[in-house]
Ligand binder design. Structure first.
Ligand code: NAP
Length: 290
């Protein structure tokens, strides 16, 4: 890897942001800011931070990511996820800086029934999805050198994530009820950070779908996590209707990795391998199945 780039991570305390700070070091000089010094809804703070760190690339890991919370905080969702992305993209554009925006599988309605391509029609079902799509549009309209990375079902150390939730819930005497009719691709934050690094190295452009390989339902994901951790616990499959949430989610939001693999010439590893590594590293279970 070349060792010459300067990269600024915005939202460096978030799940992905932390891993970008760790994993992108081989690319060069990595710095990070979060909402306390760089609120992305405040253009003047963005300008000050960018002018002092003078990066070659900015990666935007900052977002309002509470999918259900977005339903009742529509203005904040749009201000951060759309407005903030646009503010960053314009600041980068006017200085000739490359910009990586993170987006989501929730820009789709899940009706396609096979993996989504980058140019498939978007139709978000939630305020979160719509505001993230607004972010994509704002980045495109800013007109600079940019990559829009759509990812999904992120998990990793130091953030709210599904494996931890399942392992914690398994300690309760109550049966575990997990949705069986929503399909997607779990994505390990360190793998995503590495893959973003690959896209930067290739000086990629446009929208790129990026998750770990393979797909599952939330129910299958939960069963795999428990087996991999060596925990015996009954998991009851339930329908989305049985576990109502404020925000609607797509039923099938698997993303095609063909474009990423074509650009980079490497495959993402299967989500099962990544989950096993996560459990091994961060749960110290010692019960990983092989
Ligand atoms: N997590 C997923 O499953 C998932 C799936 C698909 C796509 N994505 C996308 O991937 C990206 C990274 O997600 P993540 O899960 O790593 O997010 P995260 O853990 O929620 O981190 C987001 C970070 O952004 C900060 N932030 C919030 N509002 C801000 C503002 N106005 N200005 C500056 N910073 C602000 C947060 O600070 P506070 O904590 O103080 O609010 C937090 O440090 C996001 O664009 C998200 O939409 C995530």
């Amino acid at each position: 890897m070349s060792n010459t780039l300067s990269i600024l991570i915005v939202g460096h305390r978030g799940l992905l942001g932390q891993e970008c700070m760790n994993r992108l070091r081989p690319l060069g000089r990595i710095s990070g800011v979060d909402i306390d010094t760089c609120d992305i809804t405040r253009p003047e703070q963005i300008e000050a931070v960018i002018d002092s760190s003078r990066p070659d690339w900015v990666i935007n890991g900052a977002a309002y990511t509470d999918v259900d919370g977005c339903e009742s905080n529509r203005e904040l969702a749009w201000a951060v996820n759309a407005g903030g992305a646009g503010n960053l993209a314009r600041s980068c554009r006017s200085r000739g800086i490359g910009f990586v925006q993170l987006s989501t599988d929730f820009v789709f309605d899940g009706r396609k029934g096979e993996p989504y391509l980058e140019d498939d029609v978007t139709a978000p079902l939630s305020v979160y999805g719509a505001s993230k799509l607004g972010g994509e549009r704002a980045v495109r309209e800013a007109g600079g050198r940019h990559i829009i990375v759509r990812t999904a079902w992120l998990f990793g150390k130091g953030g709210k994530n599904f494996p931890d939730t399942i392992l914690k819930a398994a300690q309760s005497t109550d049966p575990l009820r997990v949705v069986e009719d929503q399909w997607g691709s779990p994505t390990y934050a360190p793998d995503l950070a590495d893959a973003i690094g690959e896209l930067i190295r290739k000086d990629a452009r446009g929208i790129v779908h990026l998750t770990n390989r393979g797909s599952c339902s939330w129910f299958e994901y939960a069963v795999f996590i428990l087996r991999a951790a060596g925990i015996k616990k009954e998991v009851i499959p339930v329908s989305t209707e049985e576990l109502p949430r404020p925000a609607r989610r797509p039923r099938f939001s698997v993303l095609s990795l063909a474009r990423y693999e074509g650009i980079v010439g490497k495959k993402m590893r299967p989500w099962q391998e990544a989950v096993k590594e996560y459990l091994l590293n961060w749960q110290n279970s010692g019960n990983i199945i092989t």
